[in-house]
Design a protein around this ligand. Structure first.
Ligand code: NAD
Ligand code: UDP
Length: 310
């Protein structure tokens, strides 16, 4: 009998890639989403598949699923700094109430629960690269606090269910991930730079562009999530690509790969924008035998092609 995976946020960027991957692996997939930042377009290709069920539901409200569920992958949450600034209360609610509801569901179904956490739990990090043992440097009352603290609370609640109810839980601390199906205007650096470069508009570098990020292609991330979901690990595990660039270097890379003649323009740095970010992935290598395979150039080329045609 097929195992069933419930994916919250399944109509979003990462969620829709996860649904495709899991259907291909032979799972039944129940996708729960309220389209706050996701899109029906991301899941249209699965609609004729009898192993795919879509439920339009806000996970901050309780839900009953009238069939067995073996895994709950909780990916619902605004994820772009633009989105969580636009939906601060929804972000706090989906990280807290949404996580509580999904942990409750996992408990009653005796399912494995996996939380999509984030490198933002490290805030503006004072340790570099960031190992899972680092507790972070988060401003709870700044504009990013709604996301960072929601995810920190979600991690605490997940560990509490693990300890008290013995729920089989996993926590993925996901670092910047990019690829096909990101929203053009979600404000994140990859869709922003690619759409600007393809339309000949200036690339908007925030601050002086010396802040760093490391970029993981979505197929690598999804493979890491899958390995974590099947693993015995219950402590948080970083998933990301340690290949690190300054934002200014990254703008240059996008110009080169698109062949664009766009200029670069400098805009004010958003409040609390982390100065550095790079995952220490030793734990994922050791416990999951996982590391990214797709180089940033190869992943960006595929992503750029998708943006050209969508
Ligand atoms: P996304 O915005 O594309 O997807 C999020 C999905 O969640 C959307 O489809 C949205 O409609 C849905 N959603 C939001 N609130 C909901 C609610 N209350 N009920 C039901 N559905 C709801 O973002 P993404 O980049 O795919 O991120 C997915 C998850 O991965 C998020 O939890 C995010 O925090 C985490 N993450 C992503 C990254 C990244 O670089 N993409 C990095 C770290 C963590
Ligand atoms: N950034 C930028 N120009 C943009 C969008 C983002 O310079 O148009 C910068 C942003 O300030 C940050 C980095 O790119 O330093 C990554 O931003 P993103 O919104 O993708 O995600 P974050 O890593 O901040 O969560």
């Amino acid at each position: 009998m097929k195992k069933t995976v419930l994916v919250t946020g399944g109509a979003g960027f990462i969620g829709s890639h996860l649904c495709r991957f899991l259907l291909d692996k032979g799972f039944r997939v129940v996708c729960v989403d309220n389209f706050l930042t996701g899109s029906g377009r991301n899941i249209t290709e699965f609609k004729g598949n009898s192993d795919f069920v879509f439920i339009n539901h806000d996970v901050t409200k309780p839900i009953e699923i009238p069939e067995p569920v073996h895994y709950v992958l909780h990916f619902a949450s605004p994820a772009s700094p633009f989105d969580y600034a636009a939906f601060p209360i929804q972000t706090l609610k989906v990280g807290s109430l949404g996580t509580h509801n999904m942990l409750g569901l996992a408990k009653v179904k005796k399912a494995v629960f996996l939380l999509a956490s984030t490198s933002e739990v490290y805030g503006d990090p004072l340790v570099h690269p960031q190992p899972e043992s680092y507790w972070g440097n988060v401003n709870p009352i700044g504009p990013r606090g709604v996301y960072d603290e929601a995810k920190r609370f979600a991690e605490a609640l997940t560990m509490a269910y693990h300890r008290v109810h013995k729920t089989d839980t996993k926590i993925a601390r996901i670092f910047n991930t990019y690829g096909e199906c990101m929203r053009k205007n979600d404000g994140r650096v990859v869709p922003a730079f690619i759409t600007q470069a393809l339309s000949g508009k200036p690339l908007t570098v925030f601050g002086d562009g010396s802040q760093t990020r490391s970029f993981c292609y979505v197929t690598d991330l999804v493979e890491g999530i899958y390995r974590l979901m099947l693993s015995k690990a219950s402590e948080p595990i970083n998933l990301g690509n340690p290949d690190e660039y300054t934002v200014l270097e990254f703008a240059g890379k996008i110009l080169k790969l698109t062949g664009s003649g766009s200029k670069i323009t400098f805009k004010p740095l958003p409040v609390d924008d982390p100065k550095t970010r790079c995952p220490d992935i030793s734990k994922a290598k050791k416990l999951l035998n996982w590391q990214p395979k797709v180089s940033v150039d190869a992943g960006l080329k595929r992503t750029i092609e998708w943006f050209r045609h969508n």
